[in-house]
Design a protein around this ligand. Structure first.
Ligand code: GDP
Length: 317
């Protein structure tokens, strides 16, 4: 009975999209955002802002992990973007720590590339079970069947276990906004991708009635509120206005106030009064908070383990 008291958040999925640069992550997230309105009424179409970061624009690749949340059939899907570039390895690991599954996106013409291998290895090491999305099948030179074989070979080479090897495959054109279970199906929309996602990625599971643990996996900035800590609630609940213990990496503990709490909706952060186990949230108002620290209840400061990874070096010209 070791799992007694564990709770499953059936209406949440936390997922990362991993891919080689240019295989279509941004386009796919855009398409998913646009279509979430088809499956649920009264949802506004979101504008594309995934590439709005200046640094990103400068380098032409996605650097900061961005969170997007989409509602599909009353299930909230938190999508965390990951950098496709090997320089940002540390960030890939941190992002993977927040999710219960990944979409491995592979261009159906280019096939597996160096960063496909890099990010897949990280996902397999994190014990995640990937869903393989073969993208750009609208390309005339697409060779999806061969590419699935290449992906399988890569899984084997990287030492995937039996469960990981049994990956579901979805064929997609992110640009045209459709996904297929089989190559000869008629293109319609992204429903096959959404369905595969909610059926194959486990809902967050954990303890709701134990003291709070929120592992800070990323730091964001905002002109108005300053430093923003982003992470997943591993255990318990958090409330706006509450006092909390910030467990630093050197073992010290600081008393802090959760002045503002946010959840993700579309491409936006929206304020929330409370959040619980399984939610990916952002917290502002703690000026010296860092990646790898744990936010806990004042009376139960139990930090979560965090694997120290070298910070990526970003050279700006
Ligand atoms: P990211 O680097 O993985 O975020 O890739 P992007 O989403 O920025 O896409 C890279 C390029 O591939 C862009 O020019 C997209 O328009 C194009 N692209 C993305 N998805 C598709 C697709 O399904 N079909 C085709 N033909 N092109 C696509």
């Amino acid at each position: 009975m070791e799992n007694a008291g564990e709770y499953i958040r059936e209406n949440i999925r936390n997922v990362a999209i991993i891919a080689h640069v240019d295989h279509g992550k941004t386009t796919l997230v855009d398409a998913m955002l646009k279509q979430s309105g088809i499956f649920r009424e009264n949802e506004q179409v979101q504008e594309r802002v995934m590439d709005s970061n200046d640094l990103e624009r400068e380098r032409g690749i996605t650097i900061l992990a961005k969170n997007t949340a989409i509602t599909y059939k009353n299930i909230k899907i938190n999508i965390v973007d990951t950098p496709g570039h090997a320089d940002f390895g540390g960030e890939v690991e941190r992002v993977l720590g927040m999710v219960d599954g990944v979409l491995l996106l592979v261009d159906s013409f280019e096939g597996t590339m160096p960063q496909t291998r890099f990010v897949l290895r990280k996902a397999l090491q994190a014990n995640l079970k990937p869903i393989v999305v073969i993208n750009k099948i609208d390309r005339p030179e697409a060779r999806p069947v061969e590419v699935v074989d290449e992906v399988l070979e890569l899984f084997i080479e990287l030492g995937a276990d039996d469960e990981q090897l049994d990956f579901p495959v979805v064929y997609a054109s992110a640009r045209e906004g459709y996904a297929l279970y089989n190559l000869n199906d008629d293109p319609k929309n992204l429903e096959p991708l959404f369905e595969t996602l909610i059926n194959h990625i486990p809902a967050p599971k954990g303890f709701m009635d134990k003291p709070l643990q929120l592992l800070v996996s990323n730091i964001d900035y905002d002109d108005y509120v300053g430093r923003i800590a982003v992470g997943r609630i591993e255990r318990g609940m958090i409330k706006t206005g509450q006092q909390a213990a910030l467990c630093k990496k050197d073992g010290s503990i600081e008393n802090v106030k959760i002045s503002r709490l946010y959840v993700f909706s579309g491409l936006k952060r929206i304020e929330a009064d409370s959040a619980m186990m399984g939610d990916i949230v952002a917290v502002s108002g703690i000026s010296n908070i860092n990646i790898g620290e744990t936010i806990c209840n004042v009376d139960a400061p139990e930090p979560l383990p965090f694997i120290e990874i070298e910070e990526p070096t970003i050279t700006m010209t």
